[in-house]
Design a protein around this ligand. Structure first.
Ligand code: 26W
Length: 843
């Protein structure tokens, strides 16, 4: 077993034999760029030094880390660019059916080490780095995260496009090029402060602007951005332009390189300046500025539809640019519009791009001049929709007046779609007025709204949820009336994550142990992890797994010390909850558990226990006051425990600021315990749960989302499940009273008493009253109902940790069963069951 050597040695051992791009092919590629074959030494730096010299005009010896990063990234891009062009040429020549993934969010994180890994250039880079004696980590750290998403939905989109490229599917992602991504989070006095994320301050080496493929977007009104909100000037139609920026999406093995196309908004720059008086010159440029503000910033709201006009325009802008681009590409090789559904599958990532329904219909009616029935049939057969949340406050509903002002033609079409839908529903469910109003695309009220989920379901051939329970609740509860009208449209596609980034890239020690045991086939066929199952009985393998985890924890502890000056004990349990801060995700329930454990230890100062560190990370939406108070509470909890000599060395809480993809890549491999503790029925799927599982963490959690399927795959004995089921949550809603738990459960009462005593806010009287009021009032997310069984599950978990052999067996059973949660499996299902696309290999 590979339990010795540095992590780098073991990473080298994990280096798989190229299943796709052979050594010879790679050498040829490199040779074309003056790097020569992999085996010779020295001139693999040629590209890099050329970039330093010619792009940055610096002496390579004097280059700053950022210059070095850009030079390395540009060298990598040089190596992939021919292949990228070849991929696109292959698609153009063969004209296969393509997938278009439309998403307002792509939470990409960093690209350099992922691209190097997928191009299998790691040995070359390692050699060059060693020869030059450069600080490789420092170079990697220069790359800002591309944080163009909020959380799970955006990260899923990033995993999906990587899997599509790895599976050699002719696919393309479409999104927005936000100048500012997800805000950066500072913690000041325990409170979250937001800072703008100016990730494009320095030129991004991955993007390629394509000014020749600019698209015009027409709006029914003009608008001005004033003080962050949108002032509409009705009745004066206007145009803005979408400028595409392409980013390479490298499939594992480097054979297929797909494109992620992000649109930036600009005003036309061919102003008719001659016709302008000098007075209008300035206002013409101001108009340009206001157009450009459309793609300035990502909305940092997760799970609430804020109802901002600018967001509505962003959504239409993405849809209009992308549909125009798709149609243009289709028309280049096809003159029969009826074949569009044979050439394009468009997947809508939640309802955010649901305006694609009336937009595609409009193109087919007004530009292709088809009749309604044909145009509608083509639209429905081309589009498919994925739902990512059942939270009522997250379901998008846009005011009808906004359609009227901005998109009058689209409103006409939505009205007609609705009229036909009513006819249909009326015929099939005669006299069922309730169903008619519930299925309608319009929601009556003081401001009449368009229900975007209904529009997406009616205007597409497929609606899916993201885990079995979620898809079932969607079909039988949330949109039950529409599901009865279109039962054949509803399905499930359980989420997955890419094992390249989340295991091979993020956890070299563990990847090496796995490859040593079963070879590298798992990297592109994660089901092969099942072959680890019998090795649970192999003592040497168990030891190797424990050593890999210990290595990952040490790496993380070292980073924490260097980066944040914090000391944590890698011999203790690392127990983690990292995700957006939201009431339904119940970080506060985790805090209540910690308070109970804290009280146990205080009551017994001599007790020897496994030291335990609890990690939290996550951002709260800037306007979500309760969630921000939870962050403050977690920080006060950490501080109080740190200051308490009675528990020192036994218990620690750490709130890691500024959660990001890069932080997830560090903390997940280092975790022993994964907390997935949402109120059952509320977490559509979860995806970090899968990343933890494949990295050998054990899950303590509720029967919610994909966690249910993970436990099924590994067997429930290897999971620490607790709490009410989704059905029990629904059934008890009517009469649930948290006070019952306070009165009848001593541990629950003790936790509430300590909280109420002000122990965690000695100098900040009353600040946590809203938390206490929520818990003792309605406790909508039923924290107190689950606290007792959470603590019971926790006791089982710590008992197992005391038995390293038993723990290792359970961790191995988890890793071995995680194969199903590769996004390759998810994407294969989408490809065959929804899209009807097949691989189009590049030769
Ligand atoms: C319009 C405001 C808004 C923004 C984002 C509303 C809703 C969202 C998303 C739907 C929230 C989200 O990220 N949902 C998550 O999607 C993941 C991928 O499918 C799931 O794993 C998570 O359970 C789900 O919360």
């Amino acid at each position: 077993m590979p339990t010795s050597g540095t992590p780098e040695d073991r990473a080298a051992a994990a280096e798989p034999q190229p299943p796709l791009l052979t050594d010879a092919e790679r050498d040829t590629l490199l040779e074309q760029y003056g790097c020569g074959p992999v085996r010779f030494s020295g001139s693999e730096n040629a590209l890099y030094e050329r970039h330093l010299m010619f792009d940055h005009v610096v002496d390579p010896a004097a280059a700053a880390p950022r210059d070095r990063f850009e030079a390395v990234a540009r060298s990598v891009r040089d190596v992939l660019s021919q292949r990228w062009v070849r991929t696109q040429d292959t698609y153009a020549a063969r004209d296969p059916k393509r997938v278009y993934y439309l998403s307002l969010e792509f939470l990409l994180g960093r690209s350099l080490s992922d691209n190097i890994g997928n191009l299998m250039l790691a040995p070359v880079v390692r050699r060059a780095v060693a020869a030059k004696g450069v600080d490789w980590t420092a170079i990697l750290e220069q790359e800002p995260d591309a944080g163009l998403g909020n959380g799970g939905l955006g990260r899923l989109a990033a995993c999906f496009i990587e899997s599509m490229a790895t599976l050699q599917l002719p696919a393309m992602g479409y999104g927005l090029r936000y100048e500012y991504g997800m805000f950066s989070q500072d913690i000041v006095g325990g409170w979250q402060h937001e800072r703008p994320d100016n990730w494009l301050r320095r030129p991004d080496p991955w993007e390629v602007a394509r000014p020749d493929e600019m698209v015009e977007v027409r709006l029914g009104c003009s608008f001005e951005v004033r003080g962050g909100s949108l002032a509409v000037i009705p009745g004066r139609p206007s145009s803005l332009y979408g400028l595409p920026y392409d980013r390479p999406v490298v499939g594992y093995g480097g054979r297929t390189i797909n494109t992620l196309r992000l649109w930036a908004a600009t005003a036309p720059d061919e102003f008719d300046f001659h016709a302008f008086s000098s007075g209008e010159f300035v206002s013409a440029l101001a108009a340009q500025l206001s157009a450009e503000s459309l793609t300035r910033v990502l909305y940092p709201d997760d799970s609430t539809s804020a109802g901002q006009g600018l967001r509505f325009v962003q959504e239409y802008f993405l849809v209009a640019c992308s549909i125009a681009d798709i149609v243009r590409r289709f028309r280049a090789g096809n003159d029969d519009w009826h074949t569009l559904p044979d050439k394009a599958a468009i997947q809508l990532n939640d309802t955010h791009p649901a305006l694609a329904v009336p937009e595609l219909l409009r193109v087919l009616l007004d530009e292709a001049r088809l009749g309604w029935d044909e145009a509608w049939d083509i639209t429905v057969r081309t589009l498919a929709y994925t739902n990512h949340t059942l939270l009522p406050e997250a379901l998008e509903r846009w005011p009808r007046q906004w359609f009227a002002a901005l998109l009058p033609r689209h409103l006409e079409l939505v009205v007609e779609i609705d009229r036909r839908l009513r006819d249909d529903v009326g015929r099939r469910f005669p006299g069922d007025e309730g169903r008619l109003s519930r299925t309608s695309l319009f929601e009556p009220g003081q401001t009449e709204k368009v229900r975007m989920a209904n529009l997406a379901i009616v205007g597409s051939h497929s609606t899916n949820g993201v885990a079995a329970l979620h898809s079932q609740l969607l079909r039988t509860e949330t949109v039950a009336d529409l599901a009865a009208v279109f039962p054949e449209r509803f399905g499930n596609k359980t989420n997955g994550v890419t094992p390249r980034r989340w295991l091979l890239g993020a956890n070299p020690p563990l990847a090496a142990v796995i490859t040593e045991a079963i070879g590298p086939g798992w990297i592109t066929d994660l089901d092969q992890l099942a072959r680890l199952r019998p090795l649970a009985d192999d003592a040497a393998f168990r030891a190797a797994i424990l050593t890999a985890k210990r290595d990952a924890k040490q790496r993380f502890a070292d980073w924490l010390r260097d980066r944040h000056g914090m000391a944590v004990d890698p011999d203790g349990i690392f127990d983690t909850q990292v995700k957006r801060i939201h009431e339904y995700k119940r970080q506060l329930l985790n805090a209540l558990r910690i308070i109970a454990l804290y009280q146990d230890l205080r009551a017994d100062p001599g007790r020897v226990v496994q030291p335990r560190t609890f990690f939290f990370a996550g951002k709260a939406a800037p306007a979500y006051r309760f969630a921000k108070l939870v962050i403050k509470f977690l920080n006060n909890l950490a501080e109080t425990i740190d200051a308490d000599p009675l528990v020192r060395g036994r218990l620690k809480v750490v709130f890691l600021p500024d959660y990001s993809v890069s932080l997830a890549e560090r903390v997940i491999p280092a975790s022993d315990v994964s907390n997935q503790i949402s109120t059952a029925g509320y977490e559509a799927s979860g995806t970090s749960n899968m990343k933890f599982m494949m990295n050998g963490a054990l899950t303590i959690g509720t029967r919610d989302g994909a966690t249910i399927e993970m436990a099924e795959a590994a067997s429930e004995e290897t999971f620490f499940l607790f709490g009410l089921t989704a059905a029990q949550v629904a059934d008890t809603r009517g009469w649930y009273n948290p006070r019952w738990h306070i009165e009848h459960e001593p541990r629950t009462r003790a936790v509430l008493d300590l909280l109420t005593s002000g122990h965690f806010n000695r100098d900040e009287a009353g600040i946590f009253d809203p938390l206490i009021e929520s818990l003792t009032g309605s406790d909508h997310y039923m924290l107190l109902a689950d606290l007792g069984s959470y603590l019971d599950a926790d006791a089982r978990l710590t008992a197992l940790y005391a038995d390293p052999d038993g723990w290792a067996r359970t961790a191995i059973a988890n890793i071995a069963a995680s194969g199903r949660f590769s996004s390759d499996r998810t994407i294969s299902e989408y490809a065959t069951e929804i899209w009807g696309v097949t691989p189009c290999p590049v030769d």
